[in-house]
Design a protein around this ligand. Structure first.
Ligand code: ZN
Length: 303
């Protein structure tokens, strides 16, 4: 896909922040020449943004602040991921980058990131009330498991554990159902926070990138599930597997088989439920695929 790259620049010191419009790349530049690149597929809820430092010469660190979170880039770690949660209300969000120079100088630049609305698909399902509402006796289990998963996502590894770009964990057909609003018996009940990939029972499921297994358990709703921590706040989730082939704490390489496709948990047929978290943002796994930054794709720099 040929991308029309639009580079926008802003000199520090202007009082009004320039806006970042939905192009595919933007540059935050300061008068001394230091710059930070911002890449994304689109500026919408459910997307991942990549910030990277193309040339760290003369820069001790670059600190990016966006929606109350700080991301620190250095010559040893030249990129960071920023998530736009699928439930984020569209609007304008400031991003500030401060370059701390090796000579002690400091320069800041601010841009407003304009997040556009996204229309997620809707699906109406008619089911028996006891399926739409889980039975009382399992409610407690579902609640505990949701807490466990939230706890796992809360432990951030401040290093990058991945190995270059992400890839699709199974070659099956992908359903475009990320963010789908599911309406059971005319009442909105849930949002589908990942994508489903149709695959035959027993088909291998592979790690979308290198990382560390931080959960490998049977969950009531997700069935046999694995969560891999890729570092820098990025986690991938794999659900409904017939078999888990890894253990919690284990390091996995990109493409390693972590389990087999199945239909465990609340599932109507063999498929992989694949989801990605970036800190507390639920994002479309495929939005991780579009980054061209050499820092991110360079094996040496991404370890
Ligand atoms: Zn799913």
């Amino acid at each position: 896909m040929k991308k029309g790259l639009v580079f926008l620049t802003l000199l520090a010191g202007l009082s009004a922040a320039e806006i970042v419009l939905p192009s595919e790349k933007a540059l935050f530049q300061v008068p001394s020449g230091a710059s930070l690149e911002l890449e994304f597929r689109s500026l919408q809820p459910g997307e991942v943004l990549l910030v990277s430092l193309p040339d760290p010469a003369g820069v001790r660190r670059a600190v990016v602040v966006f929606r109350d979170r700080e991301y620190v880039l250095t010559s040893a770690l030249r990129f960071a991921f920023v998530g736009l949660d699928l439930g984020l209300e569209p609007g304008s969000f400031p991003m500030t980058v401060t370059f701390e120079r090796t000579n002690g100088g400091r320069e800041s630049v601010r841009r407003d990131i304009v997040v556009e609305a996204k229309e997620f698909p809707r699906k109406k399902l008619w089911v028996k009330e006891n399926f739409a509402l889980p039975p009382k006796e399992v409610e407690e289990r579902i609640r505990r498991e949701a807490e466990l998963v939230a706890w796992v996502y809360g432990i951030i590894t401040p290093r990058w554990l991945g190995d270059g770009a992400f890839f699709q964990p199974n070659e099956g057909k992908v359903f475009p159902n990320f963010g789908q609003r599911r309406i059971y018996n005319d009442a909105p009940r849930s949002t589908h926070t990942g994508v489903d990939i149709a695959a035959p029972q027993g088909d291998p499921i592979r790690a979308a990138n290198a990382g560390k297994v931080v959960l490998a358990s049977h969950l009531y709703l997700s069935g046999n599930a694995v969560i891999i921590d890729h570092g820098l706040g990025v986690f991938s989730f794999y659900g409904h597997m017939s078999k888990i082939l890894v253990k919690r704490g284990q390091a996995v390489g990109k493409g390693d088989v972590i389990g087999k496709c199945g239909t465990t948990g609340r599932s109507t047929g063999p498929h992989l439920h694949w989801a990605v978290r970036v800190f507390d943002s639920r994002v479309d796994p495929f939005s991780l695929f579009s980054f061209e930054s050499p820092s991110f794709n360079n094996k040496e720099l991404s370890r």
